[in-house]
Design a protein around this ligand. Structure first.
Ligand code: SF4
Ligand code: SF4
Length: 94
């Protein structure tokens, strides 16, 4: 049985993006003032969250739908929903 690296596995996923984000930062001031480490930029495997100096940018198109940000944001400052039906990540097994 062959073992694939994370990078090889990520190469197999595709995304069918919605035009509306299924991820919402509830309060940008909270990110700015209460979360020095900007933990979502570390724990998110899809590198969805990017700190732009004063505001968190959310590249929802690359979300892997792992749900981590729902529980790992220390301030519970991310509203997480599944993408609308028919959208989101598509896993291909190979
Ligand atoms: S982990 Fe939560 S509070 Fe911290 S920067 Fe990310 S969204 Fe904001
Ligand atoms: S569900 Fe997972 S991949 Fe998507 S934004 Fe949250 S941590 Fe990142």
């Amino acid at each position: 049985m062959s073992t694939k690296t994370i990078e090889e596995k990520q190469y197999l996923v595709r995304f069918k993006c919605d035009t509306k984000s299924h991820l919402t930062i509830i309060n940008h001031d909270v990110c700015n003032t209460k979360c020095d480490d900007k933990l979502c930029t570390v724990f998110c495997p899809g590198e969805v969250y990017k700190w732009e100096g004063t505001r968190m940018q959310v590249g929802y198109e690359g979300c892997h739908e792992c749900g981590s940000c729902r529980i790992a944001c220390p301030e519970q400052n991310i509203k997480w929903e599944y993408p609308k039906g028919g959208h989101g990540i598509v896993f291909r097994l190979a």
